[in-house]
Design a protein around this ligand. Structure first.
Ligand SMILES: [Cu+2]
Length: 150
């Protein structure tokens, strides 16, 4: 510490030392607070970041309860984000099977929770059901048709 100061004193004239000091001070403090005096344009807030959704595709709401699946029976083709809510009192799952695909949640949904299952659907017929216990036989099953997009 002391030696470097001495070094600066010996090697640089006073003016240059002041200039270095000013430079260091402005370099440290410059980039955090002080906003420039130039007028802030007010149109920037709305346009830039309006969309905060992370899910792709069309969102389809699904409600699971004892013992039924509440959702539309016809869907568009393409990427579908099934937003599945367990409105029942026991754990449920949501599986979709057909036209060469089979997808379900890795873990069952606890009562009151919502999870999103993203599936790419081709036109065809599918079956959605709950894979927990014998819920499917008790009524948690539904036929779903995926129509060709025009
Ligand atoms: Cu179930």
């Amino acid at each position: 510490m002391k030696s470097s100061k001495a070094l600066i004193r010996n090697f640089f004239p006073l003016d240059l030392r002041v200039a270095i000091l000013v430079f260091l001070l402005t370099a440290c403090g410059g980039n955090q607070t002080s906003t420039p005096q130039s007028p802030v344009t007010s149109d920037s807030s709305e346009t830039t970041q309006s969309s905060t959704t992370t899910t792709e595709g069309k969102v389809i709401e699904v409600k699971l309860s004892e013992f039924k699946i509440d959702m539309p029976s016809s869907l568009p083709s393409g990427t579908i984000a099934f937003q599945v809510t367990n409105i029942g009192k026991v754990q449920h799952n949501f599986a979709i099977e057909g036209s060469g695909i089979k997808q379900e949640f890795e873990s069952d949904l606890a009562p009151g929770t919502t999870e999103t299952l993203q599936v790419n659907l081709k036109p065809g017929t599918y079956q959605v059901y709950c894979s927990v216990g014998n819920h499917k036989r008790q009524g948690m099953v539904k036929a779903v048709t995926v129509a060709q997009q025009k």
